[in-house]
Design a binder for this molecule. Structure first.
Ligand SMILES: Cc1ncc(COP(=O)(O)O)c(C=O)c1O
Length: 473
């Protein structure tokens, strides 16, 4: 279903301001330097309008941003919403700065995204790590159990907050309501990195979003699952257990001072569209993904993640039973012009959103089925991704290790040393090694396993991973 974006204008102040700028472009003596000319470097700058002296005046007299943010807050049931042009990365770092201070303990899922880990570095927080349950049959993470958080809070009574990522990268959904109860029974806030779940809560067949389930803060990437520009994200909070001033300060401390108006306006437009047509649009996408799931379920040996604990718009396929290598399937999909979000030997993740069509999903399912047929082999045992099972040996807080004196050593000499850098298979960007953690044979084996499965190892100073950066003794 196509929609009429002009119809959204009356309800979306940032979109309205962006459209007005296009209709009556000024001769601006302000930034940006392209001055809205597309005859210099071309359309690559088309539509780039800043917030300051663009969507609003330089003095922000129209208040279009807070107006749009308060509409989003109302839609998600929050007391406070801030838009971000720095992705959920920025929003996570703002949350880390908001929930506690230098040296404070926080209970954090070890399957956190690197952005939150670097948030811990920025805020100087000391993580008390908890791990999700992992489903033995499929190897996928199931979410951190509320009992695990309760235990961690009992053992660390001074912990100031609980921070988890949910849903997981592969679309599994944990017990967020149970986590909220566990955090609140200790009188600390629950913050949920729901980067992949901007659509949750907007259709009866989707899981509810974290605020609906009792969380105090949620971060989400509008650009991941809503029709918004890359980098568009939101942080939404209930202020009972979250100090709004500290959250505002955290957002401002880590934000650019030149926010891209098109990114903000697209967040506003996506919010308005979700509010007006979300149920219908998401309903269409759900039906299309359901049909693709049916078709793929018929592929011998292929496991298609499904059920109440899975985001129905995420197609996560487990290939071991087919014997096919997901990297080879990905090559076929790339050649067919059908790139997927992630593929390694054992797992393929395809993301569908309300912008997808039944035709596109049909083509994807047919291409995957055909490719698996061509690459089929003897079934392999399921080997769960090692990133979900990292059990770190913590030697010092992440911030201390991040700023420590450091040296580079070969892998053989690295075992037993304290890692000074962050090393993560990407996707999903979950660190196997984080600053302050002892480098163990297990952590190196986890990186090896990821590499052997065809996953890129990201963020290490030495991308070949022949050496690692460690703190000096
Ligand atoms: C769980 C999680 N949180 C945060 C992020 C960062 O999101 P963004 O790319 O919007 O900065 C990602 C990105 O993949 C993610 O997977």
């Amino acid at each position: 279903m196509a929609t009429d974006p002009r119809g959204l204008r009356a309800d979306a102040p940032l979109l309205d301001a962006w459209l007005r700028f296009q209709e009556q472009p000024p001769t601006a003596f302000t930034i940006p330097g392209h001055k809205h000319r597309t005859d210099l470097v071309g359309d690559v700058v088309a539509g780039d309008v800043p917030l300051y002296a663009g969507l609003d005046t330089m003095k922000l007299t129209a208040g279009v941003l807070p107006n749009a943010e308060s509409r989003a807050a109302r839609l998600w049931g929050a007391d406070l919403c801030r838009f971000s042009t720095g992705g959920a990365t920025h929003a996570n770092q703002a949350v880390a700065l908001a929930v506690a201070g230098d040296g404070d303990e926080v209970v954090v899922s070890r399957t956190l995204h690197r952005s939150l880990l670097l948030g811990l570095v920025l805020a100087g927080l000391t993580p008390v790590w908890v791990r999700p349950e992992v489903d033995e049959a499929t190897g996928v993470p199931l979410g951190v159990a509320p009992g695990t958080v309760r235990r961690a809070l009992r053992q660390h009574p001074h912990a100031r907050a609980v921070l988890v990522g949910d849903p997981s990268y592969v679309g599994t959904v944990g017990d967020v309501a149970g986590l909220a109860e566990a955090a609140h029974s200790h009188d600390v806030p629950l913050a949920v990195d729901a980067a992949w779940a901007a659509h949750f809560g907007f259709h009866p067949d989707l899981p509810r979003h974290p605020l609906q389930l009792g969380a105090d803060v949620m971060v989400t990437s509008a650009h991941k699952t809503l029709p918004a520009w890359s980098q568009a994200a939101l942080v939404l909070a209930r202020t009972g257990r979250i100090d709004p001033g500290r959250l505002e300060a955290g957002v401002e401390a880590t934000a650019t001072t030149s926010p891209a108006g098109a990114v903000l306006a697209s967040t506003d437009a996506a919010r308005s569209l979700l509010e007006r047509d979300g149920v219908e649009l998401i309903g269409g996408a759900l039906a299309a993904v359901r049909a693709a799931r049916e078709r793929l379920r018929a592929v011998d040996g292929l496991v298609v993640l499904d059920g109440p604990g899975v985001d129905p718009l995420k197609l996560t396929l487990l290939l071991p039973g087919t014997g096919a290598d997901g990297n080879a399937v990905e090559q076929d999909l790339l050649a067919a012009g059908l790139p997927v979000e992630s593929a390694d030997r054992d797992v393929i993740v395809a993301i569908a959103t309300l912008a997808d069509t039944a035709t596109g999903l049909d083509a994807l399912a047919a291409a995957i089925a055909g490719s698996i047929g061509r690459h089929r082999g003897g079934p392999r045992p399921v080997v769960g991704s090692a990133v979900y099972a990292v059990d770190p040996v913590v030697a010092m807080p992440p911030r201390q290790a991040f700023f420590a004196e450091r040296e580079t050593v070969t892998l053989e000499r690295a075992v037993g040393r304290v890692c000074a850098e962050l090393v993560a298979p990407y996707p999903p960007g979950i660190p196997v090694l984080a600053p302050g953690e002892e480098i163990t044979a297990d952590s190196l084996a986890a990186l090896d396993q990821a590499r052997a499965a065809g996953v890129r190892i990201a963020y290490a100073a030495d991308p070949t991973l022949a050496t690692l950066t460690v703190t000096t003794d």
